[in-house]
Design a protein around this ligand. Structure first.
Ligand SMILES: NC(=O)c1ccc[n+]([C@@H]2O[C@H](COP(=O)([O-])OP(=O)(O)OC[C@H]3O[C@@H](n4cnc5c(N)ncnc54)[C@H](O)[C@@H]3O)[C@@H](O)[C@H]2O)c1
Length: 250
């Protein structure tokens, strides 16, 4: 038995038009998973890339910051595909302001996408997984689930919340065939971190502190997602795996 075999499974990956989500979608498709690519506008380019190597993918559009659109996404996926075995809540946004000036509208918008949206999709698809008695949920946390960061109070709140409510869901669902775990990426070179990468001083501080001495690549997340989606992790529940080049060990 191949503990990592995912052939024939269906995975939904949010925020899969670029960055970490795209690499996760492509990586899952390469090991035989049928992937549902969710992004604000349909990512036909990612579907085409997956189909070019013989993989299976479908694009769905959804503004994950909108409650009605999240419900519509669920309805559309269930009507057209019929099941989701693996849910990867990857989409997330970042907003940077000095905390004393952090606009509350920005706070609300970030929390709706990064926290409430993730919980809502866990609820919608989790209910179906409970009926099946099977499911794997991987939520994207962050090293900022453990640390405060600088100028990112809303993001820090959102990622700590995701990590903690994932434990609540795990406590309720682990005995019912559902594994729910998180991945905590460290500093990964994607569009989200342009501001840090382009700030020479912050960039150098980050590299100096990082044991791996390099920024992570989006593709560095794929192995952990495959692990948490497969039978290899059947007895891992409510856990958060750091994929951070050693950052949290310092
Ligand atoms: N890059 C890092 O260093 C890092 C570190 C820790 C955690 N993370 C987390 O990893 C995840 C992916 O980040 P990334 O670096 O690839 O970021 P990114 O900005 O490159 O990609 C984010 C993705 O989410 C999508 N998205 C954002 N808001 C959306 C919305 N309202 N509706 C639909 N899609 C939406 C974007 O379109 C994009 O596809 C996020 O949850 C992020 O918080 C990233």
């Amino acid at each position: 038995m191949n503990l990592f075999d995912l052939t024939g499974k269906v995975a939904l990956v949010t925020g899969a038009s670029r960055g970490i989500g795209k690499e996760i979608a492509v990586g899952l498709a390469k090991v035989g998973v049928e992937v549902l690519i969710v992004s604000r506008t349909k990512a036909s380019d990612v579907v085409a890339e997956i189909e070019s190597f013989g993989g299976k993918a479908h694009a769905f559009s959804c503004d994950l910051g909108n409650r009605e659109q999240r419900q519509n996404l669920f309805n559309e996926v269930m009507a057209s595909i019929g099941k989701v075995d693996i849910l990867v809540n990857n989409a997330g946004i970042q907003k940077r302001f000095n905390s004393e000036d952090f606009p509350l509208e920005e706070w609300d918008e970030l929390l709706e996408v990064n926290t409430t949206g993730v919980f809502h999709l866990c609820q919608l698809f989790g209910k179906e997984m409970l009926k099946e008695g099977y499911g794997k949920i991987v939520n994207m946390a962050s090293v900022i689930s453990f640390q405060g960061g600088i100028k990112i109070p809303a993001y820090a709140a959102s990622k700590a919340a995701v990590m903690n409510f994932s434990k609540t869901l795990s406590n309720e669902w682990a005995s019912k065939g559902i594994n729910i775990n998180c991945i905590a990426p460290g500093y990964i070179a994607t569009d989200m971190n342009d501001a840090l990468i382009n700030d020479n001083e912050r960039n150098q501080q980050i590299l100096d502190r990082l044991p791996a001495k390099r920024w992570g690549k989006a593709s560095d997340m794929v192995g952990a997602v495959i692990f948490l989606s497969s039978a290899a992790s059947d007895y891992i529940n409510g856990h958060t795996i750091m994929v951070d080049g050693g950052w949290m060990g310092r």
